[in-house]
Design a binder for this molecule. Structure first.
Ligand code: FAD
Length: 302
């Protein structure tokens, strides 16, 4: 079903997924991942409609063929042995705005294949608040709810309102509202489905989650100032106190500059940025243990 869209003024992101280098044949996992390592794949399919994405996954599952749905390949370390099954990549792009009139703000629905940073750029350009600190995170929008991407004091769980998925377990399209997504720190229902689960006879579903994301709906607020800046390093860079707001465009520029300094903005020409980002997550401590840490230890309440 097509959504009724109501365009905000200004340009929407173009379908931005470009072809991957194939060296005249099927791309390897090195071609498809930001670490640029990994061997051959059995088959490679690019899909440009939701129906084709669902069909590619459904047919592979029915045939018992291993399936890897990849976005930007920025959170995958692939083996030199490669992947014997089918790699499926959604190359759709764009953002639709099904509702720009709600009191609660603006609703954005984004196909899984849309480059995530294009969504952030779009939101900042249209004065939509809530994802500005997530500037510069590589990869696709469809992968953002998988590990609840986050940076500089924001995470997508703060703005995702629902995710439409192909449920490989039930063999049907489902809409998963926020409350069912089970978001945690770099975690979600989708990510947990990659692992063994006694309550789910189909698990583990990895390397692709049980729920293949078709599109993600975000609820954002209108405004020219950012959400309160909670990350001390970002607040210092913006010259505001923690908890204060700053102009949206300034937050995006500051985050991109901070990330670039740490080699966290992908640049094909800069070998130091060929990575999968962080290889660690921050430790989560009970409040009493966190309180016992030195005053200058960084803390983010969960
Ligand atoms: C330089 C750099 C900086 C980074 N910084 C951050 C950061 O600040 N914060 C952060 O949270 N992460 C960060 N990352 C990690 C990564 O960018 C995110 O996890 C991103 O969301 C991965 O998106 P992707 O499209 O590249 O996913 P991929 O690497 O292609 O896939 C990752 C997983 O998601 C699954 N997946 C992909 N698309 C779908 C879909 N449509 N439906 C269901 N499952 C899907 C894949 O099957 C796979 O299991 C960084 C990575 C790099 C390289």
């Amino acid at each position: 079903m097509e959504l009724d869209t109501c365009a905000l003024p200004g340009p929407a992101p173009e379908p931005a997924r470009t072809g991957v280098p194939t060296h005249g044949g099927t791309p390897t996992l090195a071609d498809l991942t930001t670490l640029r390592v990994g061997g051959p794949v059995g088959r490679y399919v690019e899909t440009s409609t939701e129906a084709d994405l669902v069909a590619a996954v459904r047919e592979a599952d029915a045939a018992g063929e291993p399936v890897l749905v990849l976005g930007g390949g920025s959170n995958v370390l692939a083996a030199d042995a490669g992947f014997p099954g089918v790699v499926v990549r959604d190359v759709r792009g764009g953002v639709s705005v099904p509702d720009a009139t709600a009191c609660a703000g603006v609703t954005l629905t984004v196909p899984a294949g849309t480059v995530w940073d294009d969504v952030v750029a779009y939101a900042v350009a249209h004065e939509l608040v809530g994802v500005e600190a997530l500037s510069g995170i590589p990869g696709s929008t469809g992968a953002t709810p998988v590990q609840n991407v986050g940076a500089y004091g924001q995470e997508v769980a703060q703005t995702v309102s629902q995710v439409r998925v192909w449920d490989r377990g039930r063999g049907r399209v489902r809409t998963l509202p926020y409350v069912t997504l089970g978001f945690g720190y770099r975690s979600s229902l989708l990510k947990r489905s990659l692992r063994a689960d006694p309550s789910d006879p189909g698990a583990p579903w990895g390397p692709t989650p049980r729920y293949v994301v078709l599109d993600v709906t975000f609820q954002v607020k209108e405004g020219s100032m950012s959400a309160p800046v909670t990350y001390p390093e970002l607040a210092r860079t913006l010259d505001v106190a923690v908890g204060e707001r700053a102009p949206l465009a300034d937050v995006r520029a500051a985050v991109l500059a901070l990330r670039a300094r740490k080699g966290m903005v992908l640049d094909a020409a800069d070998h130091d940025t060929w990575s999968a980002g962080s290889f660690f997550t921050n430790p989560v401590l009970p409040a009493d243990r966190a309180a016992a840490l030195p005053d200058d230890a960084p803390r983010w309440p969960l």
